[in-house]
Design a protein around this ligand. Structure first.
Ligand code: SAH
Length: 512
């Protein structure tokens, strides 16, 4: 048990954008924190690690709107720690690189609050890396300077020694410098840096919106103006910029630049999200399905007490397997009850779920649909074969009907129900309207029905006009079309891996 006692504040670096770049220690603290206080560059995605009941406070400072002043943030940190809380102050990049982390630490010391620093991956180094620019390289430079671009370069007594900086370090990285770009460039050239020096701007690095512009000190301002290049961006000046041509790795990933909505239930989303991120996309999880218990356990319980009488048990989903065995356990029974029954799984994941219970699965059809199960079982089922089908409340009727036509005695029971997710759909609607979601994946008909219901948008077609819709199989695609969606990708193999493979194929790229 953790004693309720002294509060503590951890100043944690969140990394530059890709949530995978937080440190192990930082992620652990986010999971443990009572209070998380974060700002814009620290990103919304990491706060998903917060434990249920944790207080998550946004104090985002953005250039045009200071939500909380620095002094107010300092007081908030002190106040929360004085309540005895474990406070994580999550800051973009590294807390001590132009993050005002130093000031926050001072305020904590002055208030007598314990604090620790968990350094982070700074954008000054990681954002160039994601653009294929190593900030040092033996053939180009052995010095690196990280400089604020926030200081008005025209002021009388600059805090930056432009005469020394301009030529004193091989690579110059400016943070917060976009607004002052022309003045920065002028200062560098005035102080002796060659106008031919390569320069790059990288906006919103290490994420799907990463945008890179390269040029020289001579033309970078003009190019930036033409491209309407905006904050937040890092400015990189130095010969290392030329390495990008060879080393640009991130922007070449197959799903680079794509934010992909993953609609599966929270428990099941991770495999799909991981595959998307591996391909360079950003997975945005918005579970539109929640798996809940049946309203009435009576029918399932009756079959459980009669399990010995079944010849076959057919599982059509991982959820079905889990719900079934959970209930079996509830009655203090286990797999031994099934010793006489043969097992069939509708797909490899369902099969795997059964094998995880130590069970041998007799049959997994090659194509993962109800229609295929029927084909596979045709020779093995005769008049009176007793089949149990533990399923979702809304499962399709094709399978039991066909089995009955073959003479089988089929018992269908509801092992679980799926209901709509309880997430806030307004954020998703806004992101769709702003064109920030590029692709939506549907892994079952109910994911489509529920998303459409949850979005509750009268202008659904318009909202999804530029969004690529990808479905796990033809049945799901059929539902999408019925509901008025255009379908761009239908997986050839009806699995998560198959879906990702077809997605990569759609973008005209090598499969992994
Ligand atoms: N402590 C942070 C920097 C905070 S200052 C760190 O170590 O990274 C904020 C500036 O960082 C922005 O104006 C921008 O110049 C830079 N920055 C942070 N994240 C960035 C990103 N993902 N892409 C480009 N620039 C970024």
């Amino acid at each position: 048990m953790v004693a309720v006692g002294k509060g503590i504040v951890y100043l944690v670096g969140a990394g530059p954008g890709d949530p995978g770049l937080i440190t192990v220690k930082g992620a652990e603290l986010l999971r443990k924190a009572d209070v998380i206080i974060y700002d814009r560059l620290a990103g919304h995605r990491l706060t998903a690690l917060a434990r249920p009941g944790a207080e998550v406070i946004y104090v985002g400072k953005s250039p045009d709107c200071h939500t909380l002043k620095q002094a107010e943030i300092n007081s908030l940190l002190v106040a929360k720690a004085r309540e005895g809380k474990l406070v994580v102050r999550l800051k973009g990049g590294d807390p001590f690189v132009f993050g005002r982390g130093g000031e926050e630490a001072e305020a904590l010391v002055e208030a007598g609050i314990d604090f620790e620093v968990v350094p982070g991956v700074t954008s000054a180094i990681a954002v160039p890396a994601y653009a294929g620019i190593p900030v040092t390289h033996r053939d180009f430079t052995s010095t690196l300077a990280v400089i604020t671009g926030n200081e008005d370069p025209t002021k009388e007594n600059p805090g930056i020694a432009w005469d020394k900086i301009a030529t004193g370090a091989g690579t110059l990285v400016f943070l917060m410098g976009m607004a002052n770009l022309p003045a920065i460039v002028r200062r560098l050239v005035e102080n002796g840096r060659s106008p031919q020096t390569p320069a790059a701007l990288v906006r919103r690095g290490a994420g799907p919106e990463q945008q890179t512009l390269t040029g020289t000190l001579e033309d970078i301002c003009e190019k930036a103006k033409l491209a309407e290049f905006k904050n937040p961006a890092v400015i990189i000046v130095g010969d290392v910029v030329s390495l990008r041509e060879k080393l640009n790795w991130f922007e070449k990933k197959p799903l680079f630049g794509k934010r992909v909505l993953v609609t599966r239930s929270r428990e099941q989303a991770s495999a799909l999200s991981a595959a998307i991120e591996e391909a360079g996309g950003e997975a945005l999880e918005f579970p539109v399905i929640r798996v809940v218990e049946p309203e009435d356990y009576g029918p399932l319980d009756r079959t459980i007490s009669n399990l010995k009488t079944y010849d076959w048990v057919i599982f059509t989903s991982v959820n079905g397997v889990q719900a079934f065995f959970r209930r079996l356990r509830h009655h203090r029974k286990d797999v031994r009850e099934l010793h006489q029954a043969r097992l069939c799984a509708i797909g490899p994941k369902t099969g795997e779920a059964l094998e995880n219970y130590g069970l041998l699965v007799e049959t997994v059809p090659e194509k993962y649909r109800a229609e295929e199960i029927i084909e596979v079982l045709r020779d093995r089922i005769g008049g009176g074969t007793k089949i149990l089908l533990p399923r979702a409340d809304i499962a399709r009727k094709v399978l039991p009907e066909a089995l009955r036509q073959m003479g089988a005695d089929v018992t269908e029971v509801t092992a679980y129900r799926t209901v709509a997710g309880d997430g806030d759909s307004s954020r998703i609607r806004e992101m769709l309207a702003r064109g920030e979601i590029h692709l939506i994946t549907f892994t079952s008909s109910s994911t489509i029905r529920n998303l459409v219901k949850m979005l509750n948008a009268p202008d659904l077609q318009a909202l999804l006009k530029n969004v690529v819709v990808a479905c796990i199989g033809p049945v799901t695609a059929g539902t999408a079309r019925e509901l008025g969606l255009k379908v761009d990708v239908v997986a050839e193999e009806y699995t998560i891996e198959g879906l990702v493979r077809s997605l990569l194929g759609y973008y005209g790229l090598q499969t992994v």
